[in-house]
Design a protein around this ligand. Sequence first.
Ligand code: NAP
Length: 318
Amino acid sequence: MKAAIINEFGSPDVFEISDIEKPIINPDQLLIKVKTVGLNPIDWKQRKGNHKLILGSPFPIVLGYDICGEVIEIGEEVNKLKKGDIVFGSLDNKYGGALAEFAVGHEKCFSLKPENITDEEAAAFPMVSITVLQAFRNKSNLKTGQTVLINGASGGVGHIAMQIAKIMGLKVIAVASTNSKDFVEKYKPDLFIDYSHQDLLKTDIKVDVFLDVACNYSFPKTKHLLNPNGVYLNLAFIDTIKKMPVFLLHQIFAKGKKGRALLMKHNNSDLDTIAQWISENKLKVNIDKTFSLEQISEAHEYAQKGHNKGKNVIVISN
Ligand SMILES: NC(=O)c1ccc[n+]([C@@H]2O[C@H](COP(=O)([O-])OP(=O)(O)OC[C@H]3O[C@@H](n4cnc5c(N)ncnc54)[C@H](OP(=O)(O)O)[C@@H]3O)[C@@H](O)[C@H]2O)c1
C-alpha cells in the first residue's frame, strides 16, 4: 500500500512516499481504508523525535492519528461496527499509522461519521474534540455559568473548545493574536484578549478554568487569575508532569485551586457525544488547508508554525 513514511526523525523533509505492507488486524481491531487524515501537533512533534525515549524508533514509521475512512475488515471480537461503515476516530497505535491507504485501530477509537459533514471535516474532529470534552468534563468539574479561559483559541483545540464551552453553558474568554482576532470573534467569546498587545497576567480577570492550549503558562504563574477551586489545565502532558511537584507545592495555600495536565484517552462514547453535537449542527470544524499525501512535507511545514485557523487535513482517497 502507498504510505508516507519516515526512516529517521527530523525536519519535514524526512517524509518519503513509499510502498509498504498493508497492516494486519488483531481480533479486537478493524482495518480501515483511509479517506482523510487530520493533522495534530503530536504528528510534527513525533516526526522531530520528541517521543523517541518513550516510543522508541521502530522505522519505517507511519505517523498520523486522526482519520476518516471505510471499515473493510473486522476482527472476530469487534461487535459494534461492521464492514462498509464510514467511521471517524483517532488511532491508538504507537505513532498512529494514519498516513497510508490502510490503517488499523481498536473499536474504542471509532464512531460512525455523522452524515452532515465531509470526509475532510470528519478527520479534523477526533483528537481535538475528545480532548476538550475530557478537559471540561473530567478534569475541571465545571458548572453552567462558570468561566473558562482558552489560551490559544484560534487553533485546532481552541476553536473547538470555544464551541464546546458554549454547548456546556460556560462563559468564554478567548486568547489569541491580532491575526486571529476576526476568526476567533466568529465564535462569539464573551471576551477576546489579544496576547500580541496585552499581558494576560496583568489583567484583573477571574476564571474557573484556565485551559492552556498554547502551553506557555504554568499553575504558579496563573493561579492569581483563578477563582477559589479553579483549575489551571495544561495540554503538554509530559512537560507538565515533570513540573507537578512544583504545582503541588503551590496548591498548599491556594484556596482549593489546582494545577493539572491532561492526556486524551481513546473512548468512543466520548466520540459518540461529539458525533451527536455535530449531527445537531452545534459543533463545526474549520478546515484551514487541505493537502494531498504527496504534499505531506509542505503540510507539516505549515502546521508546525502553530498559527493555523482550525485544522489542516490530508486527503488520501475519495
Ligand atoms: N494532551 C493531549 O491529550 C492533547 C490533545 C490535543 C492537543 N494537545 C496539544 O495542545 C496544543 C495545541 O494543539 P492545537 O491542535 O490547538 O495546535 P494548533 O492548531 O497549532 O494551534 C496553536 C494555537 O496556539 C496559539 N498560540 C501560539 N502562540 C501563542 C501565545 N504566545 N499565546 C497564546 N496563544 C498562542 C495560536 O494562535 P495564534 O495563531 O493567534 O498565535 C493557535 O491558536 C499542542 O501542543 C498539542 O500537542 C494535547
